[in-house]
Design a protein around this ligand. Structure first.
Ligand SMILES: [Zn+2]
Length: 426
């Protein structure tokens, strides 16, 4: 068997035949020739004449440990439909790519499953190359259809670059929280961009929008989709309660530190039988997880911390009761009881005389109806909360995301419900 025949069978390149195989220091270079005579514009128009020719190389999947390149003459044509000179489309690679479709699909599939270092090391490419590939694959998969039949969406902000920059992410509640849109920034204009993209008809179709307690997304939704019920994600309520209890704990710690400074240890070994001096501020500092964690997940030490706080009638114990009282709202057996429970909690919290929780109760009161709407409509927080952590993981995996566009492409790839088919699966 001739070597070109062997490579023809081995590679099965669509639309072309192998005409040469050479071994170079970079790897194996396989020369190709199109089966078709006339060049085709990416728009689909068949050219008559060739404008000019050049040679191009595409990296293909490795042959064992050896890199494999495809090389072919690529032609430019003057397309009448596009009314300009364009490079012809080839069957084995995406437009403008220097890697074959198979190689790019493998990269995209790996990016969905693992981190940056693994992808770049396994495939011997740079992260910039990977980012370019991801945007090309995503552009092919993301089409206008994803914005059709949208009824219940969730909007959230995601921070990146160590919290200095933000993206606005829109997810579809009815499609398992798949991301349908992401944009740079977190003010009302960004979300309005999405509503504009959805169009008047799409906006009118919206039934519910779940969002955070800030004003920006509310403003955009009021302006563009006024008929949609606005809900505040339970996830954001619980998060705010957790932040409040952390604030209260820090205040308690500061008070302890002032009134009860830690006893400095004296030099040398402490006398036998003596216990170390109690360090109250430090103890308060370490109550953090006992206060924050789900009570069902507490370990014995953390439970003991809670018991001690109760015995001391500590203000932190009341804070914890308030936080759990609010969390109970989302675990009620009967949805009809929600309004009553929330009102009971608001009365309790606004009279508790703990500044942090009084502030919290005001915020919750201002959002009362939107919080109850989320419970009534059963918009589960778990999907969006999961999405939030998935995006954070995506961001973390590619800590080299220099541009928002690269991160957005990666979010579409990993959280947009895109299925990348591997060459081996076809
Ligand atoms: Zn064209």
């Amino acid at each position: 068997m001739r070597v070109t025949t062997a490579f023809n069978k081995l590679l099965g390149i669509p639309g072309a035949n192998v005409v040469s195989v050479t071994f170079s220091p970079e790897g194996v270079v396989v020369g190709l020739r199109y089966r078709r005579r006339r060049p085709i514009c990416p728009c689909g128009w068949r050219g008559r004449a060739v404008y000019d020719r050049s040679t191009r190389r595409w990296r293909h999947l490795d042959l064992g440990a050896v890199k494999l390149f495809l090389e072919a003459e690529i032609r430019r044509l003057h397309c009448r439909r596009c009314d300009r000179v364009r490079t012809e489309a080839v069957d084995w690679a995406r437009l403008g790519a220097r890697h074959t479709r198979d190689f790019e699909d493998v990269v995209a599939w790996l990016c969905q499953h693992t981190d940056k270092t693994t992808v770049t090391k396994l495939l011997r490419t740079s992260w910039e190359t990977v980012a370019g590939i991801v945007s090309r694959v995503v552009a092919e998969h993301v089409d206008g259809h994803r914005l059709e039949n949208i009824y219940r969406i969730g909007v959230d902000e995601v921070s990146y670059r160590k919290g200095h920059r933000y993206l606005t992410v829109v997810a579809d509640h009815d499609r398992d929280g798949a991301v349908i849109w992401a944009g740079e920034g977190h003010d009302h204009k960004v979300l309005e961009e999405f509503y504009d993209l959805l169009g008047d008809e799409g906006c009118a179709q919206l039934q519910a929008v779940s969002l955070d307690m800030g004003g920006a997304y509310k403003k955009a939704t009021d302006a563009k989709a006024a008929q949609a019920r606005q809900c505040v994600d339970p996830f954001h309520v619980v998060k705010l309660a957790n932040e409040t209890i952390d604030k209260a704990r820090r205040q308690a710690w500061n008070i302890e530190r002032r009134t009860n400074p830690a006893v400095k240890r004296t030099r040398g070994r402490p006398p036998a039988g003596s216990s170390p001096p109690p360090n109250k501020p430090r103890w308060v500092k370490h109550t953090r997880w006992a206060l924050l964690k789900d009570p069902d997940d507490l370990n014995d030490n953390q439970l003991e911390v809670l018991h001690q706080l109760r015995r001391e009638r500590s203000v932190l114990y009341r804070c914890w009761q308030l936080k759990e009282g609010l969390r109970d709202l989302f675990q009620l057996r009967h949805v009809e009881d929600a309004a009553e429970h929330l009102d009971w909690w608001l009365t309790w919290a606004c009279r508790c005389r703990i500044p942090a929780f009084v502030t919290l109760s005001r915020t919750i009161r201002a959002n009362r109806d939107r919080i109850l709407a989320a419970i009534e409509l059963g918009l589960s927080n778990s999907k969006l909360e999961g999405l939030n952590s998935k995006i954070r993981l995506t961001n973390h995996r590619g800590y080299g995301h220099h541009t928002a566009a690269a991160l957005i492409a990666m979010i579409y790839l990993c959280c947009g419900g895109i299925t990348v088919e591997l060459p081996t699966g076809r």
